[in-house]
Design a protein around this ligand. Structure first.
Ligand SMILES: [Fe+2]
Length: 340
């Protein structure tokens, strides 16, 4: 695998995108980011009134856009924590509870339904370089989907920024797994069709920070045991896609080393610049809503010169047919059919 990903700050395609063609649809203005012959990936959506809860028809309209574009970007929403959560709850039955929430007094946001992914400590200071939290964050700079290490995975993540933008600019990067899958050779598609993958949070932490997360602590391991999901899946728009992440540790029925080779060849294929765009965070209130079932993303790593970046994430549990990943039977069949 290549850790070069961790140091790239911006890819060729960006959002905002200059010269984007606007599409007007039911009162909303949509600016697609990446468009190819038979697909579109990422869109800025303008004209949403975030001041009050949405009627069901508006939620359905936004979900239809989400199914098509996989990543939706909204600027200056003005949402606070409560409205962020309320909107998220309109998109699914349950939100993921932060497994590292150790009581309101120990959490900057005092809210178990939000993940504090800021670089800010409880006392308002910046995360200390080389602290355990600093090293934990490094894994977020590897390409991943959120929560693939849970047996009940999450369908959406919604990341909202508060306060001032980071000095010097800040980006989150997204890759289109549907298009990456469709461009694979038929031979490769046949090869990977029935693979089941073990996803483990501690695997990606170890890759990004071997010195600190080579041996995770017992309470960390207990908080996040591995999970098992099929690699090739069907996306909400009906196209085939891959469920792939730096958390992907082992292909069932295959040795670890060979698994990693296959997994990272697929991640490298899927994150070529033609499938990727960098979303720039411009103002407080900017928000990005992505579908973990059909995209991967990565953050820029923390740096020595970073300024405060107050971003908070809600995560909506999957309630669809693939929500609970591979069944016990699929797992035992995959383990039995040795592939090498
Ligand atoms: Fe993430």
């Amino acid at each position: 695998m290549s850790l070069d990903h961790m140091y790239i700050r911006q890819y060729d395609n960006t959002c905002p995108r200059s010269g984007a063609t606007n599409v007007i649809q039911d009162g909303l203005t949509i600016k697609p980011v990446l468009q190819s012959e038979n697909s579109a990936f990422g869109a800025e959506v303008l004209g949403v009134d975030w001041s009050k809860p949405f009627p069901d028809a508006t939620v359905a309209q936004l979900v239809a856009l989400q199914d098509k574009y996989a990543v939706l970007i909204f600027r200056k929403t003005g949402l606070d924590n409560a409205r962020h959560i309320a909107f998220s709850q309109q998109l699914g039955d349950k939100l993921e509870i932060n497994p590292f929430f150790y009581g309101r007094e120990n959490d900057r946001l005092r809210e178990p339904l939000l993940f504090d992914v800021a670089n800010i400590e409880l006392d308002g200071s910046l995360v200390k370089m080389d602290s355990r939290r600093w090293h934990h964050s490094l894994g977020n700079a590897l390409w991943h989907t959120d929560s693939s290490y849970h047996q009940q995975r999450s369908k959406y993540s919604i990341l909202l920024s508060h306060g001032n933008p980071v000095e010097g600019g800040s980006w989150t990067h997204f890759a289109d797994l549907r298009r990456a899958y469709s461009d694979l050779s038929q031979m490769k598609k046949d090869e990977i069709e029935n693979l089941v993958i073990e996803h483990d949070l501690w695997h990606s932490r170890k890759l990004a920070s071997p010195a600190v997360f080579g041996n995770p602590l017992p309470h960390e391991l207990a908080a996040k045991p591995p999970a098992y999901h099929r690699l090739v899946q069907v996306a909400p728009d009906g196209r085939k896609t891959m469920y792939l992440a730096a958390h992907a540790k082992r292909i069932l029925g295959m040795e670890f080393e060979q698994s990693q080779k296959v997994i990272w060849e697929l991640i490298d294929h899927s994150t070529q610049p033609k499938y990727v765009f960098s979303m720039e965070w411009l103002s407080g209130g900017d928000m990005v809503w992505w579908d973990n079932r059909q995209s991967m993303h990565r953050a820029n790593p923390y740096t020595e010169h970073m300024t405060a970046r107050d971003v908070r994430r809600s995560t909506i549990l999957d309630d669809g047919p693939l929500a609970f990943g591979a069944s016990a039977e699929e797992k035992s069949v995959a383990e039995r059919d040795k592939i090498n």
